[in-house]
Design a protein around this ligand. Structure first.
Ligand code: PGA
Length: 236
């Protein structure tokens, strides 16, 4: 049973998100799919979705606060309105484009951990680190786990090499297996791969040693493709 997650990033409207979630839920129900499925819409598209227990709607980000003065952010009060219990933390776009530091990420992790949230926690190295070899890559990845309770029961990890995100360049099977097996030796948590996963390669990636599922951006935004991705992995 694989974990399949869709990160909408800055895509879809409230209307198209509702249609996506409804179609997805109908598919999961009629095909009796047992995969654990996650969708992370934009915060403006959150709603009280009536979905199966195997389909979770999470947020791509939230501030570590109940409520307060944090312009542009949302907090627990806004999540509770829609019964959200799942959050993505540490995504490379937040680390590198929005400048989130490990200190801020740690604070966010601890806040939502204390509330029992399911946390999909992302780590991944940029190209210049990958080029220095596996040892340096692992060193970099472990730094991104600084201050993070890796024993937390509701933790799912996602390995997403930055150079593979949104670029169409998927990591090779060897790259994925090397990193996943090293992480798995240290941390016994579900570990997803992310970075240019698509309909055509999702099955192969999901059969690799140490891969418990995938976190997908670009290739997951069209509902027919996302359904096909789940079709391609439903028996694994
Ligand atoms: P991608 O993004 O599938 O578009 O490469 C993956 C991610 O950022 O989670």
């Amino acid at each position: 049973m694989k974990i399949i997650a869709s990160n909408f990033k800055t895509n879809h409207t409230r209307k198209s998100t509702t249609s996506f979630v409804e179609k997805l839920n109908t598919f999961l129900q009629s095909e009796k799919i047992s995969n654990e499925v996650y969708v992370f819409p934009t915060s403006s598209s959150l709603d009280n979705f009536d979905v199966l227990s195997t389909l979770s709607i999470g947020v791509q980000n939230a501030y570590p606060t109940q409520k307060g003065s944090f312009t542009g952010e949302i907090g627990l009060e806004q999540l509770e309105e829609f019964d959200i219990k799942t959050i993505l933390i540490g995504h490379s776009e937040r680390r590198h484009i929005l400048g989130e530091t490990q200190e801020q990420i740690k604070e966010k992790f601890n806040f939502y951990k204390d509330l029992g949230y399911k946390i999909i926690y992302c780590i991944g190295e940029p190209l210049e680190v990958k080029e220095q070899g596996l040892e340096k890559t692992l060193e970099y990845l472990y730094e991104q786990l600084d201050g993070i309770d890796i024993a937390y029961e509701n933790l799912i990890l996602a390995y997403e090499p930055v150079w593979a995100i949104g670029t169409g360049v998927t990591a090779t099977n060897e790259d994925i297996v090397n990193v996943h097996s090293a992480i798995k030796e240290k941390i016994s948590k579900p570990l997803l791969y992310g970075g240019s996963v698509k309909v055509a390669n999702v099955r192969e990636i999901c059969t690799l040693n140490g891969v418990d599922g995938v976190l997908i951006g670009t290739a997951s935004w069209i509902i027919e493709d996302f359904i096909q991705i789940i079709e391609n992995t439903k028996d694994l």
